[in-house]
Design a protein around this ligand. Structure first.
Ligand SMILES: [Zn+2]
Length: 306
């Protein structure tokens, strides 16, 4: 108990130091992670706060379109500089993964249009996980396109609590681990990879390009919560095991930094092999996040010891 209360005091001081004294009230529900531990993976050092900064960038990064582009086969990037959104194009209409913030929906619509597709052709809307930066815009996307919104069962309570402007979160189909979503010859498999949220979903599919078939993994965030309960520890361990087993040629994530999108996109211009086809890179993000998770767990366990 004593160790825990000392930790709490430290967390409050940290919040005040980083976000200013006024920040504590608004952050009290969901305190930012303390900026330790630090882990080094492949020569790069990461902390909880550096990961958050890497993922989110500035408010401007979160709302400014990144040049929309083809990732591989029928899969396109239509998100912002730091919040991913993917369009999967089929002859029967399109699938969108992640509406991101509601204020980004019109930006995503423009990226879809700039690629030569119609936003109204989005027939199915899927999500990465029930946090506002990935799924807050679902109601507006549904309003604009009429898309069917399909969500993982374990994320339903968190999504129902997400009501931008008072709008109910649309849910047309509730998915269970391993279920599939099919449209126009493309099938996506929903893998429950909880930990970051209860219903965090890793999507997998295959796509063709240049006469070859590629396994594509849309990773869910593996970023460990700051406080690990026994249930979350089990979930995280299960998720790390699962994602390492997925067949993968192309890995993308809910934030571009999770798959080095900027560097890969820059290589697109040189016209060589598709830089997004990178089997060796498929588990780099899992390596970083698992190292951080284990370090957070070790800290928590040593703090809990009398
Ligand atoms: Zn999240």
């Amino acid at each position: 108990m004593k160790a825990m209360s000392r930790l709490n005091v430290f967390a409050c001081l940290l919040v005040a130091a980083v976000f200013g004294p006024g920040a504590h009230t608004s952050q009290a529900q969901n305190p930012p992670p303390a900026d330790h531990p630090a882990v080094t993976v492949k020569g790069q050092t990461h902390t909880p706060r550096s990961i958050l900064a890497r993922n989110m960038g500035t408010p401007e990064d979160q709302t400014t379109a990144f040049p929309p582009h083809k990732v591989v086969g029928n899969i396109y990037y239509v998100g912002t500089r730091t919040l991913s959104s993917f369009l999967i194009v089929t002859p029967a209409g399109n699938i969108l993964i992640d509406s991101t913030y509601e204020r980004n929906v019109r930006t995503i619509e423009k990226s879809v249009t700039d690629l030569g597709f119609k936003f109204s052709e989005v027939k199915i809307l899927l999500g990465n996980h029930a946090h506002g930066d990935h799924q807050e815009g679902d109601a507006l996307v549904k309003q604009l396109t009429g898309a069917q919104v399909m969500v993982m069962a374990e994320d339903v309570p968190a999504l129902q609590a997400m009501k931008p402007g008072g709008k109910e979160h649309p849910i047309d189909r509730i998915l269970r681990d391993g279920e599939t979503v099919t449209l126009g010859g493309t099938t996506l498999v929903a893998h429950l990879t909880p930990g970051h949220t209860r219903g965090c979903t890793t999507w997998t599919t295959t796509t063709q390009e240049g006469g070859r078939t590629y396994n594509v993994v849309f990773s869910c965030s593996l970023r460990s919560p700051a406080v690990l309960t026994p249930a979350i520890i089990d979930e995280m361990n299960r998720s790390f095991r699962l994602v390492r087993k997925l067949p993968c040629d192309v890995q993308v994530g809910d934030h571009p930094a999770q798959y080095n999108m900027y560097e890969k996109h820059a290589k697109l211009q040189s016209g060589g092999a598709n830089p997004f086809v990178d089997p060796a890179g498929c588990t780099v993000e899992a390596d970083i996040q698992e190292a951080l998770f284990k370090a957070v767990l070790a800290e928590q366990q040593s703090a809990a010891r009398p």
